[in-house]
Ligand binder design. Structure first.
Ligand code: 3PG
Length: 207
């Protein structure tokens, strides 16, 4: 498994953030690092995504950074040039996936069916986002996929929070969980407290 997947697996949870104001990007990323979670996925849902990724990478080079909600090749280029180490999409767009593979960019497309997993396997992919996890079957869906796809790992995202993330992390075919719940609100002290609590739960509950 490559370095990106090893890191995602080691850290177990990835905060997905949609940054509205670029000036909050670096303080938020610093809070994550100081909480013991040196990873962030910045979504391309806002106009300041590219700038935020660039600033975070410049100020906190040790953070592991990915771009989320990447829907086009143009966004892939922007994300990678800004310093993203991996690309995440909500669905499986063959144009985006093939472009990333051709350019040796780590891509994690979203799937919600066995068919899409097969599309990825055909292209040599081993890791997929499972989105939107809670409305598409939750942990039961992933348990059902473990039989036919026994070498494939998933990153469930969508509707995951502190009440259910451990149910996913306990599954052998879950590489990590991701979600926006980890960074809700603007209070950085509160975010730090929440993350420290979640990391300690992972330490005590996940082998
Ligand atoms: C994403 O883009 O990964 C999701 O929108 C995150 O889903 P959540 O907000 O339900 O955690």
């Amino acid at each position: 498994m490559n370095e990106v997947f090893n890191t995602l697996n080691k850290l177990k949870i990835t905060p997905v953030v949609s940054i509205q104001d670029a000036k909050f990007a670096v303080p938020l990323a610093k809070t994550l690092v100081n909480s013991g979670l040196p990873i962030i996925e910045v979504t391309f849902r806002t106009a300041v995504a590219e700038k935020s990724i660039k600033n975070i990478k410049k100020e906190i080079p040790e953070i592991f950074i990915g771009a989320g909600t990447v829907l086009t090749i143009k966004q892939v280029d922007k994300a990678i040039n800004a310093g993203s180490q991996f690309i995440v999409s909500p669905g499986f767009n063959p144009t985006v996936v093939d472009y990333c593979i051709k350019n040796n960019i780590v891509v994690i497309p979203g799937i919600d069916s066995p068919t899409l997993v097969e599309w990825g396997i055909e292209r040599g992919l081993e890791v997929f986002k499972f989105f939107p996890a809670e409305v598409c079957g939750g942990p039961s869906f992933l348990k059902a996929l473990a039989g036919p796809f026994n070498n494939i790992k998933f990153i469930p995202t969508g509707g995951i929070d502190e009440t259910n993330f451990l149910d996913y992390l306990k599954l052998d075919n879950v590489l990590a969980c991701a979600g926006s719940w980890l960074t809700k609100g603007n209070n950085l002290d509160q975010i730090k407290t929440n993350i420290i609590r979640v990391l300690s739960l992972i330490k005590s509950e996940i082998k």
